[in-house]
Write a protein that binds this ligand. Structure first.
Ligand SMILES: Nc1ncnc2c1ncn2[C@@H]1O[C@H](COP(=O)(O)OP(=O)(O)O)[C@@H](O)[C@H]1O
Ligand SMILES: [Mg+2]
Length: 236
């Protein structure tokens, strides 16, 4: 569903991602692992269409269509969702208001409210948190759960979660992972992480390892366990 060919990303004169090739298939869960600064977030931003990350070379094909020249907004409409490593706060905007706009006001407001309440309950998000400005005063774990909630309502085809496990306690992590497991049908997940923690609760079909801006290794869930045990250097 997402084909990446010979992708090369530069910021200014620095190459951040080099000759990345991979074919992500529909209905699968991928873990993208790598030490700090290996290019994981850059890959996520590039797929989502962040304007800072210029595609110097290569193809990004989403369901057969080259999306390299499409804006982030257009990619989102096609079904690409990115949850940021550090979710932003939006003063004066509730999650309901944000989603209402994101859905082009096509969904009935009462039905949307009900859906938000239902998913918030499943994720263990306090009602009060969905009623105040998005992410304002929210803890790390609460912010990540709110990201999951937005993903669930927008119902994208490709879900990219950048370090959804960072700053999240074990109970919140289990809730997020359970939600992912319960909503896997027909979706493709890219779970970006630098450790194996979340992968104890959601099993990846494939693990990709990035180092120094290059895809250096792919494997199954065992590869993530190996990394947990021995570190990144040892797997090369
Ligand atoms: N906007 C940017 N400008 C300059 N350098 C950047 C920018 N974004 C990322 N980089 C650099 O690219 C490398 C990879 O960063 P990043 O993709 O954030 O890594 P990761 O998410 O794996 O920790 C780092 O060396 C980082 O400093
Ligand atoms: Mg990152």
């Amino acid at each position: 569903m997402l084909q990446i060919e010979k992708l090369c990303i530069k910021v200014g004169k620095t190459t951040i991602l080099e000759d990345f090739n991979f074919n992500f298939e529909k209905g699968k869960v991928y873990a993208i692992m790598g030490p700090n600064g290996s290019g994981k977030s850059t890959l996520a931003f590039t797929i989502a269409g962040h304007p800072t990350y210029k595609v110097e070379e290569g193809l990004l094909k989403f369901e057969g269509k080259n999306i390299v020249d499409l804006s982030a907004d257009k990619r989102a409409k096609l079904g690409v969702f990115l949850s940021f490593q550090t979710p932003l706060s939006l003063s004066g905007v509730t999650v309901f208001q944000l989603l209402r706009i994101a859905l082009d006001k096509k969904k009935d407001p009462l039905a949307l409210k009900k859906k938000i309440e239902e998913i918030a309950k499943k994720l263990g998000i306090k009602k009060e948190l969905t009623e105040r400005s998005l992410n304002e005063g929210a803890s790390g774990g609460e912010k990540k759960k709110l990201e999951m909630l937005q993903a669930a309502i927008l119902d994208p085809k490709l879900l990219i979660f950048d370090e959804i496990d960072t700053g999240v306690d074990v109970d919140a992590l289990k809730k997020i992972a359970k939600f992912m497991n319960d909503n896997k049908e027909g979706k493709t997940y890219l779970i970006i992480t630098h450790y194996n923690r979340i992968l104890h609760y959601i099993k990846p079909d494939k693990v990709l390892v990035l180092m120094g801006g290059k895809l250096v290794k792919t494997g199954d869930a065992k590869l993530a366990e190996e990394i947990e045990k021995n570190g990144y250097e040892k797997i090369l």
